[in-house]
Design a protein around this ligand. Structure first.
Ligand code: NAD
Length: 437
């Protein structure tokens, strides 16, 4: 199949490289000149494990190319995927569809022969109708079907998720389009990944409902953690105790600093907005958003409390900035509101993250960036673990204690055991577990 991927972000680049790896001929179109020239030099503009090798192999094999000009590739394509960003629109929380609309217009002018245009970006219900209208208005003669194919990959495990999905959701009832999409995903179908055809609007809603459900699960366990903390129970055991029930499942039951990242916050906001437009109130999702928002401030209060309630003149070392491990993505990372609040309350903040410090500099210009975890801890009054990178799970605790001015650790990801930390002489606080010191 000849495939064009519009956008080479976390989704477009991974999807494009994986499709090429399946044996398809893929052209990735990117508007950002910096990203495009990096890709041309063989550099990957984002951090995603193993993506460099996958891209290199497929570029070398001649199956994967990059361009700024979609005209010829779209003209020759069997399928064109739209994988551009859909961030929150400033001011009202609706999804900003301007990139999708521009992409649709550009694609329309280049279409030639039967083509399936497939929206992979996360888009509100009815966006497929918009894309189709834009294409038909721009190029009335185009022989095109517009389908929806939401993406469920997770940053940090994106290639594995793309190649071994739990399911592939495709919104179209057009048989010609289904044939093309079946052929594109055939290698996965052979691997038993179920491909589920639905109406276009249903596919669009499936993506938002999935993200809202997962965000709800995280938020639920975070509230249970608050109760556990006040009552001397251990939220991790509670999570295990309920997660072993197959009806509940153990995933997304890790208490922490609240969800962030490039998807959950913006997608839950957009879902609530869409529902309001249709005069439906999604009160559970609204509550999830409000609870998660409050949690950001609560985490700063937790750090302040560990330091006796006054942060003025104190130095706080922060380990982990990215919204989760194995990515450099800083979009809506919980570290941002936390660090901002610490600075507001008079603290000096230093931080270390294995991959996201370059990205973080724009968002957090007023902190000191360190070369590793120990340099970060040096002379600090407290250490806060915000992202559970693998390398933070096995710190040399003796050395860490020696570097810190005061042996205070606030572990917002529960990666250490309270009894172990107490044995090393730390004053240790975590989320939803009995405190030991
Ligand atoms: N990041 C994730 O983990 C994830 C997972 C599932 C779904 N999604 C969804 O996928 C979509 C893309 O997300 P992302 O994180 O990859 O975004 P991103 O911002 O990292 O990448 C989007 C890319 O598209 C490019 N672009 C925009 N308009 C273009 C155009 N007209 N032509 C060519 N290139 C253009 C931008 O320059 C950018 O490089 C979003 O809707 C998101 O919600 C993301």
């Amino acid at each position: 199949m000849k495939i064009v991927m519009i956008g080479t972000g976390y989704v477009g680049l991974v999807s494009g490289a994986c499709f090429a790896d399946f044996g398809h001929q893929v052209v990735c179109v990117e508007k950002d000149a910096g990203k495009l020239s990096a890709l041309g030099r063989g550099e990957i503009p984002i951090f995603e494990p193993d993506l460099d090798r996958l891209v290199e192999t497929n570029v070398k094999a001649g199956r994967l190319t990059f361009t700024a000009d979609l005209m010829d590739p779209v003209g020759e394509a069997d399928a064109v995927f739209i994988a551009v960003g859909t961030p929150s629109r400033r001011g009202d929380g609706h999804a900003d569809l301007s990139y999708v609309h521009v992409a649709a217009r550009e694609i329309a002018t280049a279409l030639n022969g039967f083509t399936v245009v497939i929206t992979k970006s996360t888009v509100p219900i009815g966006t497929g109708d918009d894309v189709e209208r834009i294409i038909r208005e721009t190029n009335p003669a185009a022989d095109v079907v517009v389908a929806s194919n939401p993406e469920f990959l997770r940053e940090g495990a994106a290639i594995r998720d793309f190649k071994h999905p739990d399911r592939i959701v495709v919104g179209t009832d057009d048989e010609r389009a289904q044939k093309v999409i079946d052929e594109i995903y055939r290698p996965l179908y052979l691997n038993q990944a179920p491909i589920m055809y639905t109406g276009r609007r249903t596919a669009e809603l499936i993506k938002y409902a999935a993200n809202a459900f997962l965000a709800t699960k995280v938020t639920f366990i975070n509230e249970i953690a608050d109760l556990a903390e006040k009552t001397g129970a251990d939220v991790q055991e509670v999570a295990r105790g309920i997660g072993l029930d197959n009806r509940i499942g153990s995933k997304f039951l890790h208490a922490g600093p609240g969800f962030g990242g490039s998807c959950f916050p913006k997608d839950t906001r957009a879902l609530v907005k869409t529902a309001q437009d249709y005069d439906v109130s999604l009160r559970i999702v609204e509550a999830v958003l409000a609870v998660n928002e409050n949690r950001k401030r609560a985490m700063a209060r937790k750090v302040s409390a560990a330091l006796g309630g006054n942060l003025r003149g104190k130095t706080v070392a922060v380990l982990g900035l990215a919204f989760k491990p194995n990515t450099d993505d800083m979009r809506e990372a919980p570290s941002i509101p936390l660090i901002t609040a610490l600075i507001d309350q008079g603290a000096t903040v230093r931080a270390y993250d294995p991959e996201s410090m370059q990205q973080a500099r724009g968002e957090l210009p007023d902190i000191q960036y360190c070369s590793d975890a120990y340099a970060c801890a040096k002379g600090a009054d407290a250490l806060v673990i915000v992202t559970e990178w693998e390398q933070f799970r096995a710190l040399d605790l003796k050395r860490l204690k020696a570097e810190l001015k005061q042996p205070i650790v606030v572990d917002l990801r529960n990666i250490y055991r309270p009894d172990e930390m107490a044995a090393y002489g730390f004053t240790y606080d975590s989320v939803g577990r009995p405190q030991k010191s």
